[in-house]
Design a protein around this ligand. Structure first.
Ligand SMILES: [Fe+2]
Ligand SMILES: [Fe+2]
Length: 243
């Protein structure tokens, strides 16, 4: 189903609950009543077309939002990516960590098993934190600076022209990794090697959360690779030609 501006978000969620974290990432709170997407977006100051691209991409794996997103302001994508970073670092990773803390084994094995799991989890958490921090301090400000100058048909800031002599988004594209490299270890530890915990339901919950986060992060990286990087590259070329 294609989600359009006339559809009610309440119906969208009833039809696909996987959209819940996406909708809340935009700051939209429950209690939509009978408002449609356009009315809700207006109420929250959200760019409706951008919102529709993101929710449609999450709703249908065959939906390709990239072309339309590349033609919208990069600041919209960056703002969404920043909200996603917050969600990973401040909501999901602490949530999974709490679940790990609540696992229980027989007394003598409890500390040992928990420490093994925590060690692998903290490696993963560190990977995500360092990756997102680098983007927030280096990459996103740079692409926003590119866009600001690109939109300003007057003089390009000399500070940016200096940067363009040595910096290129291509360097970032080459090193931009998938973010999930420590995840396989973590999943293997839980699925294959760790002694079963007494509360198997929590183990199950942890695994489901990890798989969901992995998918979310993969989509996130795709958005960076297919929107932020090519648009920034286009702007770099144009700005160099202009000056
Ligand atoms: Fe990111
Ligand atoms: Fe990234």
């Amino acid at each position: 189903m294609l989600i359009t501006k006339n559809i009610k978000p309440a119906d969208v969620i009833l039809q696909n609950y996987h959209l819940i974290p996406i909708i809340s990432r935009f700051g939209i709170k429950f209690g939509f009543g009978d408002k449609n997407v356009e009315q809700i977006c207006k109420q929250y100051g959200i760019h409706t077309d951008f919102f529709l691209e993101i929710v449609n991409a999450f709703n249908d794996k065959d939906y390709n939002p990239y072309e339309k997103l590349r033609n919208m302001s990069l600041s919209l994508t960056v703002s969404y990516l920043l909200k996603s970073h917050y969600y990973y670092n401040k909501v999901k990773l602490p949530f999974i960590e709490n679940l790990i803390d609540s696992l229980e084994w027989e007394e003598e094995d409890n500390v040992k098993n928990k420490n093994v799991l925590k060690k692998f989890f903290s490696q993963y958490r560190k990977e995500v934190t360092e990756h997102t921090a680098n983007e927030e301090t280096e990459i996103y400000p740079y692409v926003l600076e590119l866009e600001q100058n690109y939109n300003n048909t007057g003089k390009t800031a000399s500070s940016l022209l200096e940067k363009l002599k040595t910096k290129s988004i291509k360097d970032y594209a080459e090193t931009h990794d998938e973010l999930n490299s420590s995840l396989l270890d973590l999943k293997n530890i839980i699925i294959k090697y760790l002694q079963p915990a007494k509360n198997q339901d929590v183990t199950e919950q942890i695994l489901i959360e990890i798989f969901k986060l992995e998918k979310d992060l993969t989509d996130h990286t795709e958005l960076e690779n297919n929107v932020v990087i090519p648009v920034a590259e286009r702007m770099e070329t144009e700005l160099k030609n202009r000056n």
